[in-house]
Write a protein that binds this ligand. Structure first.
Ligand SMILES: NC(=O)C1=CN([C@@H]2O[C@H](COP(=O)(O)OP(=O)(O)OC[C@H]3O[C@@H](n4cnc5c(N)ncnc54)[C@H](O)[C@@H]3O)[C@@H](O)[C@H]2O)C=CC1
Ligand SMILES: O=C(O)C1=NCCCC1
Length: 315
Protein backbone atom coordinates (compact mmCIF):
# COMPACT_ATOMS: atom_id res chain seq x y z
CA UNK A 1 0.00 0.00 0.00
CA UNK A 2 1.50 3.31 -1.09
CA UNK A 3 1.96 6.02 1.51
CA UNK A 4 0.56 9.55 1.21
CA UNK A 5 2.18 11.87 -1.35
CA UNK A 6 4.94 14.18 -0.26
CA UNK A 7 4.32 17.89 -0.64
CA UNK A 8 7.31 19.89 -1.87
CA UNK A 9 6.66 23.58 -1.72
CA UNK A 10 8.24 26.64 -3.33
CA UNK A 11 11.33 27.20 -1.15
CA UNK A 12 12.26 23.53 -1.21
CA UNK A 13 11.90 23.34 -5.02
CA UNK A 14 14.03 26.48 -5.26
CA UNK A 15 16.70 24.89 -3.07
CA UNK A 16 16.74 21.58 -4.96
CA UNK A 17 16.46 22.63 -8.62
CA UNK A 18 19.78 23.65 -10.20
CA UNK A 19 20.27 24.83 -13.80
CA UNK A 20 23.52 22.87 -14.08
CA UNK A 21 21.59 19.60 -13.63
CA UNK A 22 18.38 20.74 -15.30
CA UNK A 23 19.78 21.94 -18.65
CA UNK A 24 21.31 18.63 -19.85
CA UNK A 25 18.09 16.80 -18.85
CA UNK A 26 15.97 19.29 -20.78
CA UNK A 27 18.20 18.97 -23.85
CA UNK A 28 17.84 15.20 -23.73
CA UNK A 29 14.04 15.47 -23.28
CA UNK A 30 13.64 17.92 -26.19
CA UNK A 31 15.59 15.50 -28.40
CA UNK A 32 13.43 12.57 -27.27
CA UNK A 33 10.24 14.54 -27.92
CA UNK A 34 11.28 15.37 -31.49
CA UNK A 35 11.95 11.70 -32.25
CA UNK A 36 8.20 11.06 -31.69
CA UNK A 37 8.86 7.58 -30.33
CA UNK A 38 5.78 6.83 -28.22
CA UNK A 39 7.60 3.97 -26.48
CA UNK A 40 9.91 6.63 -25.08
CA UNK A 41 7.68 9.65 -24.54
CA UNK A 42 3.98 10.51 -24.73
CA UNK A 43 3.19 14.20 -24.38
CA UNK A 44 -0.02 15.45 -25.98
CA UNK A 45 -0.53 19.15 -26.66
CA UNK A 46 -1.87 21.14 -23.70
CA UNK A 47 -5.62 20.96 -23.05
CA UNK A 48 -7.04 24.35 -22.08
CA UNK A 49 -10.24 25.37 -20.34
CA UNK A 50 -11.29 29.02 -20.66
CA UNK A 51 -11.98 30.83 -17.38
CA UNK A 52 -13.94 33.52 -19.17
CA UNK A 53 -15.20 35.32 -16.07
CA UNK A 54 -11.59 35.80 -14.92
CA UNK A 55 -9.94 36.40 -18.34
CA UNK A 56 -7.84 33.31 -17.92
CA UNK A 57 -7.21 29.70 -18.87
CA UNK A 58 -6.49 26.48 -17.06
CA UNK A 59 -3.99 24.30 -18.88
CA UNK A 60 -3.51 20.59 -18.26
CA UNK A 61 -0.12 19.21 -19.27
CA UNK A 62 0.35 15.42 -18.92
CA UNK A 63 3.52 13.47 -19.80
CA UNK A 64 4.56 9.83 -19.67
CA UNK A 65 8.18 8.74 -20.16
CA UNK A 66 8.04 4.96 -20.17
CA UNK A 67 11.74 4.13 -20.13
CA UNK A 68 12.42 6.71 -17.45
CA UNK A 69 9.41 5.62 -15.33
CA UNK A 70 8.07 9.19 -15.14
CA UNK A 71 4.34 9.98 -15.10
CA UNK A 72 3.53 13.63 -14.49
CA UNK A 73 0.88 16.30 -14.93
CA UNK A 74 1.08 20.06 -14.47
CA UNK A 75 -2.00 22.16 -13.88
CA UNK A 76 -1.35 25.75 -14.80
CA UNK A 77 -3.67 28.74 -14.74
CA UNK A 78 -2.72 31.86 -16.66
CA UNK A 79 -4.52 35.17 -16.92
CA UNK A 80 -4.62 38.32 -18.94
CA UNK A 81 -4.46 40.72 -15.98
CA UNK A 82 -5.80 44.25 -16.06
CA UNK A 83 -3.21 47.03 -15.73
CA UNK A 84 -2.52 47.66 -12.06
CA UNK A 85 -3.63 44.18 -10.93
CA UNK A 86 -1.39 42.72 -8.23
CA UNK A 87 -2.54 39.13 -8.83
CA UNK A 88 0.04 36.77 -10.42
CA UNK A 89 -0.41 36.04 -14.13
CA UNK A 90 0.57 32.36 -13.79
CA UNK A 91 0.02 29.76 -11.01
CA UNK A 92 1.04 26.14 -11.33
CA UNK A 93 1.12 22.82 -9.48
CA UNK A 94 2.95 19.67 -10.60
CA UNK A 95 1.88 16.12 -9.68
CA UNK A 96 4.19 13.08 -10.01
CA UNK A 97 2.57 9.63 -10.09
CA UNK A 98 3.82 6.08 -9.90
CA UNK A 99 3.24 4.80 -13.47
CA UNK A 100 2.75 1.20 -12.27
CA UNK A 101 0.01 1.83 -9.69
CA UNK A 102 -1.22 5.31 -10.51
CA UNK A 103 -0.84 6.64 -6.97
CA UNK A 104 0.34 10.21 -6.48
CA UNK A 105 3.91 10.22 -5.14
CA UNK A 106 4.53 13.97 -4.94
CA UNK A 107 2.68 17.23 -5.29
CA UNK A 108 4.95 20.18 -5.81
CA UNK A 109 4.87 23.87 -6.41
CA UNK A 110 4.98 24.63 -10.12
CA UNK A 111 5.95 28.30 -10.00
CA UNK A 112 9.69 27.82 -9.60
CA UNK A 113 9.65 24.90 -12.05
CA UNK A 114 7.78 26.97 -14.66
CA UNK A 115 10.11 29.94 -14.20
CA UNK A 116 13.32 27.91 -14.35
CA UNK A 117 12.49 25.37 -17.07
CA UNK A 118 11.11 28.06 -19.40
CA UNK A 119 14.22 30.22 -18.99
CA UNK A 120 16.48 27.17 -19.34
CA UNK A 121 14.83 26.19 -22.66
CA UNK A 122 15.19 29.77 -23.95
CA UNK A 123 18.87 29.63 -22.96
CA UNK A 124 19.22 26.33 -24.85
CA UNK A 125 17.69 28.06 -27.91
CA UNK A 126 20.28 30.84 -27.60
CA UNK A 127 23.12 28.36 -27.16
CA UNK A 128 22.05 26.70 -30.43
CA UNK A 129 20.94 29.71 -32.48
CA UNK A 130 22.65 32.96 -31.42
CA UNK A 131 25.85 34.19 -33.06
CA UNK A 132 29.00 33.27 -31.18
CA UNK A 133 30.04 36.93 -30.96
CA UNK A 134 26.76 38.03 -29.30
CA UNK A 135 27.38 40.94 -26.92
CA UNK A 136 24.05 42.64 -26.21
CA UNK A 137 21.00 41.03 -24.59
CA UNK A 138 17.63 42.83 -24.46
CA UNK A 139 14.79 41.69 -22.19
CA UNK A 140 11.26 43.02 -22.81
CA UNK A 141 9.14 42.70 -19.66
CA UNK A 142 10.16 42.71 -16.02
CA UNK A 143 8.01 40.02 -14.38
CA UNK A 144 8.76 36.53 -13.07
CA UNK A 145 9.97 35.13 -16.39
CA UNK A 146 12.14 38.19 -17.01
CA UNK A 147 13.96 37.50 -13.74
CA UNK A 148 14.57 33.79 -14.41
CA UNK A 149 15.71 34.62 -17.96
CA UNK A 150 18.09 37.32 -16.67
CA UNK A 151 19.58 34.86 -14.18
CA UNK A 152 20.27 32.01 -16.58
CA UNK A 153 21.28 34.17 -19.58
CA UNK A 154 23.83 36.14 -17.56
CA UNK A 155 25.10 32.96 -15.90
CA UNK A 156 25.51 30.95 -19.12
CA UNK A 157 26.74 33.67 -21.50
CA UNK A 158 29.07 36.68 -21.27
CA UNK A 159 27.01 39.62 -22.53
CA UNK A 160 28.70 43.02 -22.36
CA UNK A 161 25.36 44.76 -21.86
CA UNK A 162 21.90 43.70 -20.67
CA UNK A 163 19.12 46.12 -21.62
CA UNK A 164 15.70 45.94 -20.02
CA UNK A 165 12.41 47.52 -21.04
CA UNK A 166 9.08 47.62 -19.25
CA UNK A 167 6.01 49.77 -19.83
CA UNK A 168 6.62 51.56 -16.54
CA UNK A 169 9.76 53.20 -15.24
CA UNK A 170 9.09 51.72 -11.77
CA UNK A 171 8.96 48.23 -13.32
CA UNK A 172 12.46 48.59 -14.76
CA UNK A 173 13.81 50.19 -11.57
CA UNK A 174 12.36 47.41 -9.40
CA UNK A 175 13.83 44.83 -11.76
CA UNK A 176 17.24 46.52 -11.64
CA UNK A 177 17.20 46.35 -7.82
CA UNK A 178 16.19 42.66 -7.81
CA UNK A 179 19.07 41.34 -9.96
CA UNK A 180 22.69 40.95 -8.96
CA UNK A 181 24.32 42.45 -12.08
CA UNK A 182 24.08 45.67 -14.06
CA UNK A 183 21.17 46.49 -16.41
CA UNK A 184 20.60 49.35 -18.82
CA UNK A 185 17.08 50.72 -18.28
CA UNK A 186 15.41 51.59 -21.59
CA UNK A 187 12.44 53.89 -22.10
CA UNK A 188 11.27 52.30 -25.36
CA UNK A 189 11.31 48.87 -26.98
CA UNK A 190 13.17 50.36 -29.93
CA UNK A 191 15.93 51.70 -27.66
CA UNK A 192 16.23 48.30 -25.98
CA UNK A 193 16.40 46.15 -29.11
CA UNK A 194 18.24 48.27 -31.73
CA UNK A 195 21.59 46.53 -32.28
CA UNK A 196 20.81 43.77 -29.73
CA UNK A 197 22.15 40.30 -30.58
CA UNK A 198 19.67 38.38 -28.43
CA UNK A 199 16.15 39.53 -27.53
CA UNK A 200 13.91 37.85 -24.96
CA UNK A 201 10.19 38.75 -25.01
CA UNK A 202 8.53 37.89 -21.69
CA UNK A 203 5.45 40.10 -21.58
CA UNK A 204 1.75 39.34 -21.08
CA UNK A 205 0.92 41.57 -24.05
CA UNK A 206 -1.65 40.29 -26.55
CA UNK A 207 -0.52 42.73 -29.29
CA UNK A 208 2.93 42.88 -30.94
CA UNK A 209 5.54 44.70 -28.85
CA UNK A 210 8.58 43.71 -30.94
CA UNK A 211 8.70 44.93 -34.55
CA UNK A 212 10.96 43.49 -37.23
CA UNK A 213 12.10 46.90 -38.45
CA UNK A 214 14.08 47.35 -35.20
CA UNK A 215 15.68 43.91 -35.11
CA UNK A 216 19.29 43.57 -36.26
CA UNK A 217 19.72 40.99 -39.05
CA UNK A 218 21.18 37.83 -37.54
CA UNK A 219 19.72 38.46 -34.07
CA UNK A 220 18.16 35.63 -32.08
CA UNK A 221 14.73 36.20 -30.48
CA UNK A 222 13.38 33.94 -27.71
CA UNK A 223 9.64 34.70 -27.68
CA UNK A 224 8.03 33.40 -24.49
CA UNK A 225 4.70 35.22 -24.07
CA UNK A 226 1.59 35.23 -26.35
CA UNK A 227 0.45 31.68 -25.75
CA UNK A 228 -3.03 31.86 -27.26
CA UNK A 229 -3.88 31.58 -30.99
CA UNK A 230 -5.04 35.21 -31.13
CA UNK A 231 -2.30 36.74 -28.93
CA UNK A 232 0.85 38.31 -30.38
CA UNK A 233 4.20 39.60 -29.14
CA UNK A 234 5.99 39.79 -32.51
CA UNK A 235 4.85 41.47 -35.73
CA UNK A 236 4.50 39.84 -39.15
CA UNK A 237 7.64 41.52 -40.51
CA UNK A 238 9.82 39.82 -37.90
CA UNK A 239 8.04 36.47 -38.21
CA UNK A 240 8.43 36.48 -42.01
CA UNK A 241 12.09 37.57 -41.95
CA UNK A 242 13.13 34.99 -39.40
CA UNK A 243 13.82 31.28 -39.47
CA UNK A 244 11.25 30.03 -36.95
CA UNK A 245 12.06 27.32 -34.40
CA UNK A 246 9.58 26.04 -31.80
CA UNK A 247 9.56 23.70 -28.81
CA UNK A 248 6.66 21.63 -30.21
CA UNK A 249 5.13 21.92 -33.69
CA UNK A 250 1.72 20.77 -32.39
CA UNK A 251 1.88 23.34 -29.59
CA UNK A 252 2.85 26.16 -31.96
CA UNK A 253 0.16 25.29 -34.52
CA UNK A 254 -2.52 25.15 -31.82
CA UNK A 255 -1.55 27.99 -29.50
CA UNK A 256 0.83 30.51 -31.02
CA UNK A 257 -0.81 33.63 -32.49
CA UNK A 258 2.62 34.71 -33.75
CA UNK A 259 2.91 31.52 -35.82
CA UNK A 260 -0.74 30.99 -36.80
CA UNK A 261 -1.68 34.59 -37.69
CA UNK A 262 1.55 35.41 -39.54
CA UNK A 263 1.09 32.25 -41.62
CA UNK A 264 4.82 31.39 -41.46
CA UNK A 265 6.21 27.89 -41.77
CA UNK A 266 7.87 26.46 -38.69
CA UNK A 267 11.39 25.44 -39.74
CA UNK A 268 12.24 23.05 -36.90
CA UNK A 269 11.82 22.08 -33.28
CA UNK A 270 14.73 22.68 -30.94
CA UNK A 271 14.81 18.89 -30.51
CA UNK A 272 15.47 18.48 -34.26
CA UNK A 273 18.54 20.69 -33.93
CA UNK A 274 19.67 18.76 -30.84
CA UNK A 275 19.19 15.48 -32.74
CA UNK A 276 21.14 16.85 -35.72
CA UNK A 277 18.21 16.34 -38.11
CA UNK A 278 17.75 20.10 -38.80
CA UNK A 279 20.43 22.80 -39.00
CA UNK A 280 20.91 25.73 -36.62
CA UNK A 281 20.88 28.87 -38.79
CA UNK A 282 23.03 31.02 -36.50
CA UNK A 283 23.92 33.38 -39.35
CA UNK A 284 20.24 34.28 -39.97
CA UNK A 285 17.64 36.10 -37.89
CA UNK A 286 16.04 33.38 -35.79
CA UNK A 287 12.91 33.25 -33.64
CA UNK A 288 12.45 30.55 -31.03
CA UNK A 289 8.71 30.52 -30.26
CA UNK A 290 8.28 28.94 -26.82
CA UNK A 291 4.88 27.69 -25.64
CA UNK A 292 6.01 25.40 -22.84
CA UNK A 293 5.77 21.61 -22.75
CA UNK A 294 4.67 19.04 -20.19
CA UNK A 295 7.88 17.08 -20.68
CA UNK A 296 9.88 20.08 -19.48
CA UNK A 297 7.87 20.05 -16.26
CA UNK A 298 8.12 16.25 -15.93
CA UNK A 299 11.91 16.28 -16.21
CA UNK A 300 12.18 19.16 -13.73
CA UNK A 301 9.79 17.62 -11.20
CA UNK A 302 11.51 14.24 -11.44
CA UNK A 303 14.86 15.90 -10.74
CA UNK A 304 13.40 17.69 -7.70
CA UNK A 305 11.82 14.46 -6.39
CA UNK A 306 15.04 12.43 -6.86
CA UNK A 307 16.99 15.04 -4.92
CA UNK A 308 14.29 15.24 -2.25
CA UNK A 309 14.42 11.41 -1.81
CA UNK A 310 18.21 11.44 -1.55
CA UNK A 311 18.00 14.13 1.10
CA UNK A 312 15.22 12.33 2.98
CA UNK A 313 17.19 9.05 3.06
CA UNK A 314 20.24 10.68 4.65
CA UNK A 315 20.50 10.30 8.41
N1 LIG B 1 6.49 29.68 -22.98
C1 LIG B 1 6.37 29.22 -21.77
O1 LIG B 1 6.76 28.10 -21.47
C2 LIG B 1 5.79 30.09 -20.72
C3 LIG B 1 5.28 31.32 -21.06
N2 LIG B 1 4.79 32.14 -20.09
C4 LIG B 1 4.34 33.45 -20.55
O2 LIG B 1 5.38 34.38 -20.33
C5 LIG B 1 4.83 35.69 -20.17
C6 LIG B 1 5.44 36.35 -18.93
O3 LIG B 1 5.07 35.61 -17.79
P1 LIG B 1 5.42 36.15 -16.31
O4 LIG B 1 6.76 36.77 -16.29
O5 LIG B 1 5.11 35.05 -15.39
O6 LIG B 1 4.34 37.31 -16.15
P2 LIG B 1 4.38 38.57 -15.18
O7 LIG B 1 2.98 38.97 -14.96
O8 LIG B 1 5.24 38.26 -14.00
O9 LIG B 1 5.12 39.69 -16.05
C7 LIG B 1 4.52 40.18 -17.22
C8 LIG B 1 5.29 41.39 -17.75
O10 LIG B 1 4.63 41.84 -18.95
C9 LIG B 1 4.40 43.25 -18.86
N3 LIG B 1 3.21 43.59 -19.66
C10 LIG B 1 1.91 43.36 -19.37
N4 LIG B 1 1.11 43.82 -20.36
C11 LIG B 1 1.93 44.35 -21.29
C12 LIG B 1 1.72 44.98 -22.54
N5 LIG B 1 0.50 45.16 -23.02
N6 LIG B 1 2.81 45.39 -23.24
C13 LIG B 1 4.04 45.21 -22.76
N7 LIG B 1 4.32 44.62 -21.57
C14 LIG B 1 3.26 44.20 -20.86
C15 LIG B 1 4.24 43.52 -17.36
O11 LIG B 1 4.49 44.87 -17.07
C16 LIG B 1 5.34 42.59 -16.80
O12 LIG B 1 6.59 43.21 -16.89
C17 LIG B 1 3.32 35.49 -20.12
O13 LIG B 1 2.77 35.78 -21.36
C18 LIG B 1 3.16 34.01 -19.79
O14 LIG B 1 1.93 33.50 -20.25
C19 LIG B 1 4.81 31.81 -18.78
C20 LIG B 1 5.27 30.58 -18.40
C21 LIG B 1 5.77 29.62 -19.33
O1 LIG C 1 4.12 26.02 -20.24
C1 LIG C 1 3.60 26.68 -19.35
O2 LIG C 1 3.68 26.37 -18.17
C2 LIG C 1 2.85 27.90 -19.72
N1 LIG C 1 2.85 28.25 -20.95
C3 LIG C 1 2.22 29.38 -21.47
C4 LIG C 1 1.29 30.02 -20.52
C5 LIG C 1 1.62 29.95 -19.13
C6 LIG C 1 2.17 28.64 -18.68
Amino acid sequence: MAGPPVIIWEHEVERLLRYKELIPRLEEALGKFSRRDSAELIQPARTTVALQKHSGFMGLMPTYMENDGVLCAKIVCFYKRRDGSTLPSTQATVVLLDPECGNVMAVMDGEVITGMRTAAVSAISAKLLMRSEAEVLAILGTGRQALSHYNIFTDMFSFKEVRVWSRSREGVERFGRSVSGPVTACVSVEEAVRGADVIVTVTTSTEPVLFGQWVKPGAHVAAVGACRPDWRELDDVLMKEAVVYVDSREGAMTESGDVILSGVQVFAELGDVINGTKPAHREKTTVFKSLGMGVQDAVSANLVFDKWKTKASQP
